[in-house]
Design a protein around this ligand. Structure first.
Ligand SMILES: [Zn+2]
Length: 457
């Protein structure tokens, strides 16, 4: 493109520059060349099927020299903070919100639910307002937020169930408090995690559903009957199933089994290598089926920092060399999560020997369907024929959960949103044995992160 022509058409050189990317589609492994101009995909060409496949299983330790995997951006429905910023905080600033969302883009997360954990009512209200005003100031980042997730304050105060949430701010249901938070952010709240152990759980779930909010069960000490009441009223998700749980549970009936056995509940899981054992991941994934698993990072303000000790408002925490975040001086006391959701995708693939085509929907299309969001950030509407299960059958095992939805996320004319990465082994996570071999964790090694045509990495 000559300067003369650029001048005549009034189109800047940056907009007309054409960039080319090559990778293997995550869902089919077919090699493609994608050309991007002006932030949009201008052509997608299938290449000869030569070269080494990458992204179907984990590459060898010395890497693989084939094409990287090309895949859509991830959707993480539980992000509490990052890079030193706690979202549920009285001191939250607009710059802090922007820093968290930019970290998400660098993690390959193109859509997320900023999550407000239990705090004082005024703090949750002001934080919700701050997130909304940050998005008004930075409309370019608006597409990265699907909606807010309120993880509290309507949760249990019981030992284990309450987790790291401050007990003094956990309260029974209040429509008035919900409305105040929702009004403060202009209706951004799309997901509420609550415990159905208080009087009127079914009624409150129906109220939230009538406001267009998806309801999750979590941080709970509820009976199976109370869980059933909430689910019958419209709750559809278990938040980080198996975490925020007492160490010892009654063996016949308890809130873990009550949620695990209910087919109406999808389960979110923090498969970072520390929050849940590989054995339990396998058991939950096989019980629910991957079409009812949502992978989340649950990442905290310490996410993005190097190993070392850090002071927080409440206590001193330590990031161990393997990435585990613990209370300072106690390598066994898990404090919060720090890995991006891509690690969870890689770990589930590793645990079950699955392909990315099988696992990827749990961090893209499954959460999108659950929250009524577009399936991919560059596809505007949910397609009716999009299906996660082969032949549309309901599945309970992993083997029948097929390729991702038949929506073309690499469509000519769509926003250029995609990731190019290699799935490589990693050394973090618990040392354990599964099927007679050492459990191996994995991670995404990003080569390019292209969002709205912009190279983030
Ligand atoms: Zn939690």
């Amino acid at each position: 493109m000559t300067a003369e022509r650029t001048e005549k058409t009034g189109v800047s050189a940056a907009q007309t520059e054409i960039r080319t990317y090559r990778g293997r589609r995550f869902e089919s492994s077919s090699a493609v060349e994608v050309r991007v101009s002006g932030g949009k995909i201008v052509s997608v060409e299938t290449l000869d099927d030569a070269g080494t496949a990458c992204g179907v299983g984990v590459c060898d330790a010395d890497g693989c020299d084939g094409l990287p995997t090309i895949a859509p951006g991830l959707f993480d429905i539980q992000v509490n903070g990052a890079v030193g910023v706690e979202l549920s905080s009285a001191g939250l600033t607009e710059d802090g919100v922007v820093a968290v969302l930019e970290k998400m883009l660098r993690d390959g997360v193109f859509r997320c639910c900023p999550t407000l954990t239990t705090n004082a009512p005024e703090t949750m209200i002001s934080a919700a307002a701050r997130i909304a005003s940050a998005l008004e100031k930075r409309p370019d980042l608006r597409p990265t937020v699907w909606g807010l997730h309120l993880e509290g304050p309507f949760i249990s105060t019981a030992e284990g169930a309450v987790g790291a949430h401050p007990k003094r701010f956990c309260v029974p249901y209040s429509r008035e408090l919900f409305d105040r938070i929702q009004d403060a952010c202009g209706g951004l709240v799309k997901l509420v995690t609550l415990s159905p152990e208080y009087e009127g759980a079914g009624e409150f779930v129906r109220f939230l559903r009538s406001r267009g909010v998806v309801v999750a069960v979590g941080h709970t000490n509820a009976t199976c009957a109370q869980i059933d009441e909430a689910v019958s009223a419209g709750a559809t998700l278990s938040t980080h199933l198996s975490n925020a749980t007492r160490h010892l549970l009654p063996k016949w009936e308890n809130y873990f089994f009550g949620q695990l056995a209910d087919d109406r509940l999808t389960a979110s899981l923090i498969v970072d290598g520390f929050h849940i054992s590989p054995q339990l991941v396998r058991a939950i994934v096989r019980t629910k089926g991957l079409d009812r698993i949502v992978l989340i990072s649950d990442q905290s303000p310490l996410s993005g920092f190097a190993p070392g000790r850090y002071k927080t408002e409440l206590c001193e925490l330590e990031i161990q060399p393997n990435g585990k975040v613990t209370l300072a001086g106690d390598a066994n006391l898990l404090a919060c999560a720090s890995f991006p959701v891509s690690h969870c995708v890689a770990n589930v693939a590793s645990i079950e020997g699955l392909t990315l085509a099988q696992v990827y929907p749990s961090a893209t299309t499954v959460p999108a369907r659950l929250l009524g969001a577009p399936l991919f950030s560059n596809v505007d509407a949910i397609s009716d024929d999009a299906t996660l299960c082969k032949n549309g059958e309901k599945t309970s095992g992993v083997q029948n959960v097929g390729a991702a939805a038949n929506v073309d996320w690499l469509e000519v004319g769509a926003d250029a949103d995609f990731l190019l990465f290699r799935l490589v082994p990693a050394t973090f996570g618990p040392l354990g044995v599964l099927d007679g071999a050492s459990f191996r964790t994995g991670r995404f090694d990003f080569e390019r992160i292209v969002w709205r045509g912009r190279e983030i990495v």
